[in-house]
Design a protein around this ligand. Structure first.
Ligand code: OXD
Length: 310
């Protein structure tokens, strides 16, 4: 069995290739562009692969993505229609996304920013006790990421709901499904967390119409994709006071360009697409198990449905 590791974005492709070699000693694992003979790979492990991968590796039996989101992969020129794509289900990202969400939720609901300002003024001034019923969390997406985020919020007794296309239930959270359930979900939500896949159906879902349906003084946390957000609608919602703040980890254009209005906006907290990193050990173990199963002809989980786009 031959495996090729191909990424135009991964800063240390040698380390991933070495980890795959260690996890799959029975396979020949190559790094794309290493000068070795091409055209014989059975599986490709990728993160933003080069577009000519498919022409140069025509014998691929499956593509395994180093991340959970496959939106960019599905847009890649030359991607064969019948090539199975397997997304990463949880390579340690879900718990990090839960942490990220809790950090911003706690900061706002416990007013820790205000205590920081008070400290700078040498002021000892307890603020009002927290009223959890006022901090209703709504998570868009009930997959591995959304479910973990929702469970973490619910564990701290924030009233939590999830919304998904299918209405999948998550223990500890109320669940809402489909277009029919969206309005009721938004109407009970003050802290909106986006953990959806980016598809034709979800692009632009974080827009004025959505913001207008949330409870007042809302907080937006986007840990999915920049394409979900209509940026001008976010700025308008912050200006009008409809939203109090936003925590954004992902952007339509990454890196966020210098001079972009989000940089200088004190109501927006920016992180550089780090809310949920794929951790090497867990990711490689998961991918190695899946490659072995695929090689045996067994079914694996995480296969992308091209119609649903995730
Ligand atoms: C992912 C990501 O898709 O890190 O997993 O964005």
């Amino acid at each position: 069995m031959e495996i090729v590791f191909a990424s135009t974005l991964e800063p240390d492709p040698q380390a991933w290739t070495a980890a795959l070699r260690a996890a799959l000693p029975e396979a020949r694992v190559r790094l794309w562009g290493d000068g070795e003979p091409e055209g014989r790979a059975d599986f490709a492990v990728v993160w933003a692969p080069p577009a000519d991968l498919f022409a140069r590796e025509p014998r691929l039996r499956a593509l395994l993505n180093l991340g959970a989101g496959v939106d960019a992969l599905l847009r890649l020129q030359g991607l064969p229609d019948d090539l199975p794509l397997v997304r990463l289900e949880d390579g340690g990202m879900a718990v990090q996304m839960a942490e990220y969400t809790l950090y911003h939720l706690l900061r706002e609901s416990r007013d820790f920013g205000r205590y920081e300002r008070q400290q700078a003024e040498g002021l000892w001034q307890p603020l009002d006790d927290i009223d959890r019923s006022a901090w209703t969390v709504g998570v868009l997406g009930a997959g591995a990421m959304g479910a973990r985020v929702a469970q973490a919020c619910a564990a701290l007794e924030y009233p939590t709901a999830v919304w998904s296309r299918s209405g999948r239930s998550v223990p500890g959270a109320e669940s809402y499904g489909g277009q029919a359930g969206l309005a009721a979900f938004l109407a009970r939500t003050r802290v909106l967390v986006n953990a959806l896949p980016l598809t034709d159906a979800t692009r632009g879902i974080l827009c004025r119409r959505t913001f207008d349906q949330l409870r007042p003084d809302a907080l937006l946390i986007n840990i999915a994709r920049g394409g979900h957000l209509v940026e001008s609608d976010l700025l308008a919602a912050l200006d009008s006071g409809r939203l109090r703040a936003a925590a954004l980890d992902v952007f339509e254009q990454e890196p966020l360009p210098p001079g972009h209005p989000f940089w200088a906006d004190a109501r927006i907290r920016i992180t550089p697409h780090v809310a949920g990193a794929s951790l090497m050990d867990r990711t490689v173990r998961q991918i190695a198990d899946k490659i072995r199963a695929l090689d045996r002809g067994d079914a694996v989980t995480g296969v992308v449905d091209r119609t649903l786009q995730y």
